[in-house]
Ligand binder design. Sequence first.
Ligand SMILES: NC(=O)c1ccc[n+]([C@@H]2O[C@H](COP(=O)([O-])OP(=O)(O)OC[C@H]3O[C@@H](n4cnc5c(N)ncnc54)[C@H](O)[C@@H]3O)[C@@H](O)[C@H]2O)c1
Length: 435
Amino acid sequence: MKQTNVKPADGKLGIMVVGCGAVATTFMTGVLMARKGLAKPIGSMTQYDKIRVGRGSEKKYLHYKDIVPLADLNDIVFGTWDVYPQNAYQAAVYAEVLKAKDIEPVRDELEAIKPLKAAFDRNYAKRLDGDNVKNCKTRWEMVEALREDIRNFKKENGCARVVVIWAASTEIYVPYNEQYHGTLAALEKAMKDDDREHVAPSMCYAYAALTEGAPFIMGAPNTTVDIPAMWELAEKTKMPIAGKDFKTGQTLVKSGFAPILKVRNLGLAGWFSTNILGNRDGLVLDEPANFHTKEVSKLSTLETILRKEDQPDLYGNIYHKVRINYYPPRNDNKEGWDNLDIFGWMGYPMQIKINFLCRDSILAAPLLLDLTLLMDLAARAGRYGIQRFLSFFLKSPMHDYTKGEEAVNNLFDQYVMLKNAIREMGGYEADEEID
Ligand SMILES: NC(=O)c1ccc[n+]([C@@H]2O[C@H](COP(=O)([O-])OP(=O)(O)OC[C@H]3O[C@@H](n4cnc5c(N)ncnc54)[C@H](O)[C@@H]3O)[C@@H](O)[C@H]2O)c1
């Protein structure tokens, strides 16, 4: 590894996961099993991918850990918060994602991961009724209680660093409102005024994490850190932020498939995406206000890849629709259908159908590992604010919309951004040479 200014990954890394549901427990169980050599962290870029560094006769392909100092799986300590008091073992069993044979070998370690009381407001997720909830009078009190949680966790577990990642339910949609979200001072005032309409509980987690020197990642489509007030806080605390919404299934397919139409200059009349899923995430998303948050996030993908302004004949009039249907028999094994109405030479219509049968949490778990390890790296590299190089992992990547910036949704462009950031942090030149 080259000598760079990136601080080494010495000591323990605390990963505090907001929400101890299907995704969180599948992630934790996989990491604990992998470090015992009992499972393989398949799908994880940080554990498997190799990046080319150098050019021509100098080129070589290296794992991320051989380019930049990454935390080792053995150095991870997990913490969590949840509305329900069940420990990570009980929650993993309840989620029914993994078989007993893949949970039992790490049962003791999972049982020791007990959810701290959640900063929660039922108005943000009506379908949840757990009672492992903090008793706070104001949003500002929530922030202070969460800050104390992070400090205690760090001390009790001897962690050198902590990263906080949101894998809790999708909250109802909180649209950006300049009056409350435009500046840090405005947001702090809203928190102190206990403005429950404009300050989601997730914002309290993010605020607490950043002020305690922990990077924050938003894995749901919540607008939490996607507001100028939080960008200001990230800048002030010199902490990296990333979001939003893990790109696991249908949107991954979309962001990988839409470039096919684009590079072959085929037209698109409509793209209809529907899903059935039956886990608790599906239950929460069955509520229209919660689904709306997801819909906004899922719909943003196509328009930046197939651009109306660039190719009005091909993409001037796309009908894009996304649906999620709660269907308990499938539990975590969701099924997605995509119907693409495309058109070719002389406008003749054609169709493409994609039937994606996948496991939500199995696809999400490696993303949590990559995002937490790479955010910890980014912090040690002195990077702060929105980490656009992590767009690869996110459905609705954050960008500064107040300055007219656009999200990068094309999977292959995102991969270039990811590789270049790793190269740069490793002391190599960023480039776009073909691999
Ligand atoms: N699995 C995927 O493919 C995928 C992809 C993108 C985004 N996500 C998002 O990840 C999140 C987690 O998904 P899941 O399948 O694990 O859901 P889940 O319902 O199994 O787990 C979420 C947990 O969060 C808890 N929770 C809710 N509000 C909380 C709060 N304020 N504080 C602490 N805990 C809280 C709930 O009690 C629940 O146990 C969801 O928001 C989902 O939309 C998942």
